[in-house]
Design a protein around this ligand. Sequence first.
Ligand code: ZN
Ligand code: FE
Length: 241
Amino acid sequence: MLEIIPVPVFQDNYVWLAHDHSSGETVAVDPGIADPVLAAADVRGWRISQIWNTHWHDDHVGGNAEIKAATGAIVTAPRREADRIATGDVFVDEGDVVTLGEHVAEVLAVPGHTLGHVAYHLSGVGALFSGDTLFAMGCGRLFEGTAEQMWANMRRLGALPPDTLVYAAHEYTLGNADFALTVEPDNGALARRADSVAAMRRSGMITLPSTIERERATNPFLRAGSVEEFARRRAAKDDFR
Ligand code: ZN
Ligand code: FE
């Protein structure tokens, strides 16, 4: 059994801790900072044995060194960003696999937010660590890549099994819902989801993980009809508010 819990850090980041009960292994996905992540593992009696990074941004890798020093964790990071992630031990790219106990994560190259960005897909348990590529009702900003690249990611991630749980790296859900409603004001599933996430945030709840099914129904970036439409939506989101 794989238990996955969020550790909220900074303004709106989530570090995901996944613990495999049979092997005792624990992975921290995108630890931007060490202390709260080490503390969250400690209170559960988990020892962090691995770190998986999706991309080089500091809010995703900033805690690597300290967690390694405290636990001896092995850091898996995107190969195409090896020069920017000095704390990396194992570098991976499209087609590689990473294991946590008996669980296997396939590495998906999803460039766009950064050029080396990867996602980790545990198809056996139906979980996707999507980093800053796919968010609840949103997608990552194009800092390094092109709309074509991100659109290809949307097509590909949108084709994963509908019950796949999507563990994104940020709580951007409310702002994403506001934007999505401007794109699809008549989408009933979107309107209901916007209401429900607003209520969740009011009571301090975390709105993740999402599912691929929910994203297919409500995410304007997955739902674009063409790369041109995707690019227009992505550009409009950059200027939203
Ligand atoms: Zn980022
Ligand atoms: Fe980020």
